[in-house]
Design a protein around this ligand. Structure first.
Ligand SMILES: [Ca+2]
Length: 232
């Protein structure tokens, strides 16, 4: 299992600007151990209070500087989280359009109490981002109310199963998730399991029918300048 398979071209500590506050979590092929990409998470320095203004600055930073640096420095895909409200925001939306790239995967995040009209407009914009070249992931499947609904609307390239749901497999066995992994795969999506914390978890995820994994099992050995502190 290649737990340190980050393909850094040169001097990551100088190129990745950890002081700006972000975190990269590897997403790993469960069969081969190959790192296929990273989820890019805003750190506490970027979004300490998760206000709209902080998020706007974060997405503008992504589009004007950070993603270009990362695309040049690290191989593979970059997964970027957005909610429906963020997709519809007048500042964040142009940033997402500007950063469109075949190696960018837009993760559509679960948002409680979503109004149907907002939901539909968010889906329309995601289709537009895909037309511009981005890939699409559905995030938080099993964590809230509408993971499968969002999957039906957009036919994503990736489906991310919530970590708390996955960890039920520790008690219930891999068959607990086998049906949903199979269902999500039917449209061609690759299933990502979150919160994989041990080799036993990794085997459970594989046995459940998932393709990719993410979590402490792979981040525990990372360099501090790659796995910068921060949330989301
Ligand atoms: Ca996510």
């Amino acid at each position: 299992m290649a737990t340190n398979a980050h393909t850094l071209k040169d001097e990551p500590s100088q190129r990745l600007h950890p002081a700006k506050g972000y975190r990269l979590e590897p997403i790993v092929d469960l069969m081969t151990g190959h790192v296929i990409g990273h989820e890019l998470l805003a750190g506490n320095a970027s979004c300490p209070n998760w206000t709209l203004e902080e998020w706007r600055k974060w997405y503008v930073l992504l589009s004007v500087q950070l993603l270009a640096e990362l695309l040049e420095t690290l191989e593979g895909l970059f997964f970027v989280n957005v909610t429906s409200d963020q997709l519809l925001d007048d500042v964040i939306w142009p940033s997402l359009v500007h950063e469109s790239h075949p190696r960018i995967v837009i993760e559509w995040v679960e948002q409680a109490g979503q109004v149907e009209g907002v939901h539909k407009e968010a889906a329309r914009r995601l289709h537009h981002l895909r037309d511009l070249g981005c890939q699409i992931a559905i995030d938080d499947i099993g964590a809230g109310e509408d993971g499968l609904g969002r999957t039906r609307i957009i036919n994503p390239q990736f489906c991310k199963v919530d970590g708390a749901l996955f960890q039920q497999c520790r008690v219930r066995g891999p068959e607990y998730l086998r049906g949903i992994c199979h269902h999500l795969s039917l449209g061609g999506a690759r299933v990502v399991i979150e919160w994989v914390e041990s080799e036993a978890d990794m085997r459970l995820a594989l046995s459940a029918g998932a393709h990719l994994g993410q979590g402490y099992f792979w981040t525990k050995g990372m360099q501090s300048d790659i796995a910068e502190q921060g949330e989301r």
